[in-house]
Design a protein around this ligand. Structure first.
Ligand code: S3P
Length: 454
């Protein structure tokens, strides 16, 4: 989709603080769900504020390949004519999930209940990500799924995945599953398979992960009950129909995090982002930043798309190192890389624990962030489940950073580079378009000087 992909950026040191009020792309997680659920609805849905982030585009293309009609009606607006829950068609080709773990894992839940075969493929990063976390429980309810064996971890499987068909006359059965990880992708895949199951789905996770799936399914009339981290979906008595819906997707808290932290670590900055989703399962970074002493104001703006939204302003205040662990970690899981930037500019030590999930994201984010921090001259130690980071006074060391194809690493490195004593180069930047296509332009609008090469 992007003709001019930015592959390398040179970030110049900030001369004065970042200042302004800017939009952020719409929420990637909610975008995936809006596309997926509208495709399974009976009737027409309208999605406003679509971000064109490449991960969301992967989901749109997969649903098109199975018969949903996804049309661009205006910039940022999509009209989706769903197939109905039972109306998906066998895709002609493999479904390419690109870089998007959410696309692959959520689709696996939907495809598990289909009478046809499908193949799910992804890019090099996605092809290294573990899939047994969804395949295991789906197989336990009767799904037929195969994948590539993991080269070193016995029992783990990797993409490509081949899903289905269910043997003739067979349906998915009931499932009672307690997940060891707090993961919205696992939870969502299981709930989606539950829409096709004969019997109840019961799911529990250690602490609450993002709950966009539950919110949306509930709004669509799916019989779902939640108590704390427990969910029960009992389709008995449900007619299996979801009506078309209209949604305006809230701004992405995970994208906003880069801009807010940039303001919070550079003196003289003040940045406002509007219409940002503040679902409590996503606000861990804001709590971490506040706890470290950051300048932060959150002004609620009501609800949008069944989610709370707010105008959020970040500004510089002296930061203190803290311990980041426990239930806040799943609620900040995608923001831990940028939380490392807060730690790098704080006084004292920040210890991040309970974040082993970072090892299996778009890159091994514990190892990659340790490398990035050291390249900028920040002292840090890798732990199996986190990092210990010593805040550094004065300018950082200019660096040349390889993002490892990980958008959140590339963006964190760009924010750190603003505080270096000379220009820094971030290579392998095209991945930024998976979640924040206008990242460079937005930083420039706030006063950053960045040269981009395509
Ligand atoms: C997501 C869930 C999280 C998150 C990812 C998006 C989702 O992954 O890291 O970026 O939209 O469900 P896990 O479920 O693996 O924690």
């Amino acid at each position: 989709m992007s003709g001019n992909r930015i592959t390398e950026i040179v970030v110049h040191p900030l001369e004065k603080g970042l200042v302004g009020s800017v939009p952020v792309p719409s929420d990637k997680s909610i975008g995936h769900r809006a596309l997926l659920f509208s495709s399974l609805c009976d009737g027409v849905s309208n999605i406003r504020g679509f971000s064109y982030g490449e991960d969301n585009v992967s989901t749109a293309n997969a649903m098109r390949a199975m018969g949903a009609v996804v049309e661009d009606t205006a910039p940022g607006e999509l009209r989706v004519t769903g197939t109905g829950l039972m109306g998906l068609k066998a895709p002609k080709d493999a479904l390419d999930c690109g870089n998007s773990g959410t696309t692959m894992r959520l689709l696996t839940g939907v495809l598990a209940g289909q009478p046809f075969t499908s193949k799910l493929i992804g890019d090099a990063s996605l092809t290294r990500r573990p899939m047994m976390r969804v395949v295991g429980p789906l197989r336990a309810r009767g799904a037929v799924i195969d994948g590539a064996p993991h080269p070193t971890k016995q029992g783990e499987i990797l993409p490509p995945l081949v899903v289905g068909p269910l043997p003739e006359g067979k349906e998915l059965g009931s499932l009672e599953y307690e997940s060891k990880v707090s993961s919205a992708q696992v939870k969502s895949a299981i709930l989606l398979s539950g829409l096709y199951a004969h019997g109840t789905t019961w799911f529990k996770e250690p602490t609450l992960s993002r709950d966009h799936t539950e919110r949306m399914l509930h709004a669509l009339g799916v019989p779902l009950r939640t108590v704390g981290t427990m969910i029960e979906l009992d389709p008995a008595g449900w007619d299996g129909k979801m009506p078309g819906f209209d949604i305006e997707i809230p701004g992405d808290a995970s994208a906003a995090a880069f801009l807010l932290v940039a303001a919070q670590i550079y003196p003289g900055s003040r940045v406002t982002v509007r219409g940002v989703g503040t679902n409590p399962t996503r606000t861990g970074l804001l709590e971490i930043a506040k706890h470290m002493g950051a300048g932060l104001e959150i002004v609620p703006q009501g609800e949008q798309g069944g989610e709370p939204i707010a105008e959020i302003t970040g500004w510089y205040e002296p930061l203190r190192g803290r311990t980041i662990s426990g239930e806040v970690v799943p609620r900040a899981i995608d923001e831990i890389p940028i939380a490392c930037a807060l730690a790098a500019r704080a006084s004292g030590t920040t210890t991040i624990r309970d974040a082993e999930e970072l090892r299996v994201k778009e890159s091994d984010r514990i190892a990659t962030m340790a490398g990035v921090l050291r390249a900028f001259g920040v002292t840090c130690e890798e732990l199996p489940d986190g990092l210990v980071i010593e805040g550094k006074e004065g300018p950082l060391q200019p660096a040349r950073i390889e993002s490892k194809g990980d958008h959140r690493i590339a963006m964190t490195a760009a924010i750190l580079a603003l505080g270096a004593s000379g220009p820094s180069t971030i290579v392998d930047c095209d991945c930024i378009a998976t979640s924040f296509p206008r990242f460079v332009g937005t930083l420039r609008a706030l006063g950053a000087r960045i040269d981009a090469r395509t």
